[in-house]
Ligand binder design. Sequence first.
Ligand code: NAI
Length: 302
Amino acid sequence: VCRGFSSSAVRNVVIKHVTIIGSGQMGAGIAQVAASTGHSVTLVDTSDDILKKSVKGIEGSLRRVVKKKFADKPEAGEEFIQKVLQNVSTSTDAGSVVQGSDLVLEAIVENLKIKQDIFGQLDKVAPQHTIFASNTSSLPISDIASSTSRLDRFGGLHFFNPVPMMKLVEVIGTSATSQETFDSLLNFSKVLGKTPVSCKDTPGFIVNRLLVPYIMEAVRLHERGHGSKEDIDIAMKLGAGYPMGPLELADFVGLDTAKFIIDGWSAMDPSNPLFAPSELLNKKVAEGKLGRKTGEGFYKYK
Ligand code: NAI
């Protein structure tokens, strides 16, 4: 297993049991992938109802995977689904389940205080060796970690939506993250079948640092009257080979999410023109036009 890794890999924590806090879009996706690759996963959320829905969602997603993968062997497919689901348990009490966890991965609402509170509490009850990681898209990992006393065993694991499909994981180390922790997170990502990249704890890491300013500049370009939304999207699809134009992408991501991220960065570094807000975006969000999920953003959806 350790072939090709540095000698420090020998001391890495081998991650077998994972507690995932937050069973929403991202948490459920990560749980599915971790359970499918033989990890024992405990999914935590605020109510049994939410957890039930989430596990149902995982089962549905597994059925879609199996339909393709086991097209000519439906029994083997069904066996695979049951085996994966057996690897997933649920709880509404993180404190009572982290005892056996090698990794606690948080994927709850994008709110610093709430994330800090959860990690602060779990830090007191989780075993020494347990690594903590956040799936945050826009908050500094070091700010989240500051509520704990395990700064060396704290990092970022940033997955992409939909998790079962998207190959990338950004692994984020703060200035306090130990090499062992970082290597364990890299290794875990590979065992999940993903391709990890190493990132510093800077706004947006790599992907969103490039993508969000790009989307925002497309919004501003449109706002300045320098291009229709259709022309901007066609231009980037046919001229740059992107599968989606930037305004379609904004609608897909959610305009509230885009606004939340850019507002946060702008507050951190107001003089950076890449982080400048847009009145048009703010107006759309105020009107509840949040993109695909509300049926209208830059475009209308049925
Ligand atoms: P979501 O809203 O689908 O899921 C969040 C879940 O956390 C909900 O089920 C909620 O009930 C639960 N939750 C809230 N407070 C909790 C608490 N105190 N204890 C336990 N569970 C709690 O959100 P989503 O989209 O899955 O995002 C989660 C995190 O992942 C955020 O930090 C976001 O920035 C990040 N992220 C999101 C991506 C996306 O495309 N949606 C991509 C990559 C990262």
